[in-house]
Write a protein that binds this ligand. Structure first.
Ligand SMILES: [Zn+2]
Length: 427
């Protein structure tokens, strides 16, 4: 079954960017603009965060989030052009379905969850419920919703004037921000504030916990062992408490692009702007000592006490016809070689040996290259599979395109499972 969709992914990204940044007036919703920045929030003990053992750690580390794959106890959610849910079966096969559970649904109108979530590329899960920020036209509005995966129904928890972003989950709390438009400068630049919100799943209560300058955004946030970790807008690695206060910069002035927290250690990758690679470090949080593990690293993730990383080793994959701006400023389609910076190879090593020895290349990578399939820039490992946006050459007559999408590759035998894919051809 061939499903040709052109530009969809690219246009979706643009739509998401516009929705986050766009101003949407709705006089029916009161807008708080009290300028109040002091929030007296009570502290929560560690046991309260993970209340009665009901709330576990959020599994979505930055490697998963960047790959747009969200593993939970028995389901892997993924987003490419739309949301999918996948199950790894006992016989090591993968079954994939749309997020919406109604087999008769066309997924083109509310209250279908696949349709509602089409403009949201992140999701937070807790105990079989999904939390999403959806935004869109007048009917959809900007809403924070809870989707019950067993009943297939969602509940609106909060409704907002503007859109925003999910941040992370820490135990029983889901964090997100929505944007408040404060006006414009004389030069027409939009002034806005991030309104931090926290939803308490245990108490079913939503509260605003603070305001931040819109320039102080949070990248790759993840809740872990009582703290929220994130990369700030200056690419420092920070962590804060349950109230998003008492911020500590754990790594400063090093351009951190991704990280993983394992017990009392943080593994992080730095990358100078313009570079395709950087240095992978480990940091002992308590004694603040950073150790360099590997250089020229393009990406990494950790799963089950194993480190998986890729090294800078550019290879020419295949050429495709890609739109570029010609000398006269007009859009022209030009043939261009796709360079894979990671050498189409992932190395793995036990975490306790990381930095002491070079990792072993995963044998499945050689098979991928033989089949003309190439790993995406980012990847994440879960339950014996590498998840990545696999790229493969595709042609339609004389036109050269690419087959890409979210793919799970079996580490054991290199079997390729396309959870969602698109043929991208420009003309
Ligand atoms: Zn549907």
């Amino acid at each position: 079954m061939k499903n040709i969709r052109i530009f969809i992914t690219f246009s979706l990204i643009i739509i998401i960017m516009q929705l986050v940044g766009c101003q949407k007036d709705d006089s029916r919703i009161p807008q708080t603009n009290d300028g109040n920045t002091d929030y007296y929030l009570r502290n929560y003990a560690y046991d309260e965060l993970y209340k009665d053992g009901v709330f576990d750690e959020d599994m979505s580390t930055p490697a998963y989030k960047r790959t747009k794959v969200y593993p939970t106890k028995n389901t892997v959610y993924s987003f490419f052009a739309s949301w999918k849910r996948s199950y790894i079966n006992e016989n090591r096969t993968i079954s994939t379905y749309p997020l919406c559970r109604d087999p008769l649904c066309s997924h083109t109108k509310l209250p279908c969850i696949s349709y509602a979530a089409l403009t949201s590329d992140s999701v937070i899960e807790a105990n079989g419920k999904l939390y999403l920020l959806i935004s869109g036209d007048d009917e959809k509005k900007n809403k924070f919703i809870e989707y019950d995966t067993s009943s297939g129904k969602y509940t609106v928890i909060g409704e907002f004037v503007n859109g925003g972003q999910l941040i992370a989950r820490l135990g029983r709390f889901v964090y997100f921000y929505v944007i408040r438009i404060d006006g414009h400068t004389d030069s027409g630049m939009q002034l806005s504030t991030l309104l931090l919100h926290r939803y308490d799943i245990a108490e079913k209560s939503l509260e605003k916990i603070g305001e931040r300058n819109s320039k102080e955004s949070f990248l790759q946030a993840a809740g872990h062992a009582g703290y929220i970790y994130y990369i700030d807008v200056y690419y420092n690695l920070c962590r804060c408490d349950v109230n998003f206060q008492n911020v500590v910069e754990l790594v400063s002035n090093k351009n951190v692009i991704t990280y993983e927290v394992i017990y009392d250690k943080i593994f992080y990758l730095t990358k100078e702007s313009g570079n395709d690679y950087g240095i992978l470090y480990s940091l002992d949080i308590d004694n603040k000592i950073s150790e360099e593990l590997y250089d020229e690293v393009t990406w990494f993730c950790i799963y089950n006490n194993k480190l998986y990383y890729s090294k800078y080793s550019p290879v020419e994959a295949f050429d495709w016809d890609f739109p570029q701006t010609g000398e006269d400023g007009k859009r022209v389609i030009k043939n261009k070689m796709i360079i894979i910076m990671n050498g189409n190879t992932i190395y793995s090593i036990d975490l306790d040996k990381a930095g002491k020895k070079v990792g072993n290349p995963l044998p499945m990578c050689e098979k991928l290259t033989e089949e003309g399939c190439y790993l995406g820039e980012t990847f994440a490992v879960y339950d014996g599979y590498v998840f990545t946006h696999l790229k493969e050459s595709y042609s339609d007559g004389a036109k050269k395109g690419m087959l890409t999408g979210v793919t799970a590759i079996s580490i054991a035998d290199g079997q390729i499972n396309r959870l969602e894919s698109e043929y991208v051809i420009f003309s």
